[in-house]
Write a protein that binds this ligand. Structure first.
Ligand SMILES: Cc1cc2nc3c(=O)[nH]c(=O)nc-3n(C[C@H](O)[C@H](O)[C@H](O)COP(=O)(O)OP(=O)(O)OC[C@H]3O[C@@H](n4cnc5c(N)ncnc54)[C@H](O)[C@@H]3O)c2cc1C
Length: 226
């Protein structure tokens, strides 16, 4: 059996080498999109010609999204818990995640490579490109992460159940989940999450998704300037 905490063959590293996103499966091609758009004519084509590329652009530009729903991706995502929290707000995806009620192996924690400053004008955001020059802080975060794992293991050693002990693990805990989405809702996700208003960490996953799927959707990727 394969360990789900390990990246699948097709994957992109994210957040240095701390996270990753992998492509588990996909259904459909760009030809599927144009065929779906033209299904009312009762004919389908296997390859794309220039007219099809124009139609693909037209569909995207005019938010004619239903043909895009015939393309489906399943990703495996390894990310910090706080990124997962943001991701799972997207209700149009289907999710399954490793349960810490069942498992307590492979617990790892994110340590940011750069600590950004708090934005003064936007209470939600950080200052893009800023970097607090204090390596001691990162060492302290690492120590805090490890300390919480020690405390978790201590609670387990005292007989406390996993489902309660996990409460002491921090937002930096890395989690792994599978996520399935159609192309229309994926483009919506990318619009929101690979955007300057979104947190840097989830934006990195948005960029990685583009890198991962662009080879399968070359005309769309070119049109959207990925
Ligand atoms: C930069 C940023 C900051 C954010 N800050 C916060 C915050 O401070 N607090 C917070 O709570 N959330 C916050 N969010 C989350 C945000 O409010 C959305 O929940 C999240 O982006 C998912 O978007 P969505 O609902 O469009 O996506 P999905 O859930 O994937 O839905 C896609 C589309 O389907 C339709 N849809 C889905 N479900 C329904 C429904 N039940 N009824 C009607 N239409 C539906 C809508 O048209 C929706 O746009 C933030 C998001 C971003 C990108």
């Amino acid at each position: 059996m394969l360990n789900v905490n390990l990246p699948p063959e097709k994957h992109v590293k994210v957040l240095g080498d701390q996270g990753w996103i992998g492509l588990i499966d996909m259904m459909g091609t760009e030809a599927t999109i144009v065929n779906a758009a033209r299904v009312s004519f009762g004919k389908i084509k296997q390859t794309m010609d220039d007219k099809d590329i124009e139609l693909l652009k037209y569909l995207i530009e005019n938010k004619h999204t239903s043909p895009l729903e015939h393309i489906v991706f399943t990703f495996s995502v390894h990310c910090p818990l706080f990124v997962r929290g943001q991701w799972h707000r997207h209700r149009t995806w289907s999710y399954n995640e490793i349960s810490r009620r069942y498992t307590d192996f492979d617990l790892t924690f994110y340590v940011p490579s750069q600590l950004r400053e708090q934005s003064k004008s936007n209470r939600q955001a950080s200052v893009e490109g800023s970097s607090i020059k204090d390596s001691e802080l990162k060492a302290q975060i690492d120590k805090h992460n490890k300390g919480s794992l020690d405390f978790y293991n201590y609670l387990i050693s005292k007989g406390v159940c996993r489902e309660q002990a996990r409460g002491v693990l921090p937002q930096n805990m890395m989690v792994t989940f599978w996520a399935t989405v159609d192309l229309s809702n994926l483009l919506h996700f990318l619009e929101l999450r690979d955007h300057s208003h979104a947190q840097w960490e989830i934006r990195e996953y948005g960029k990685a998704i583009k890198e991962l799927i662009a080879p399968y959707l070359p005309n769309l990727a070119k049109y959207l300037k990925w």
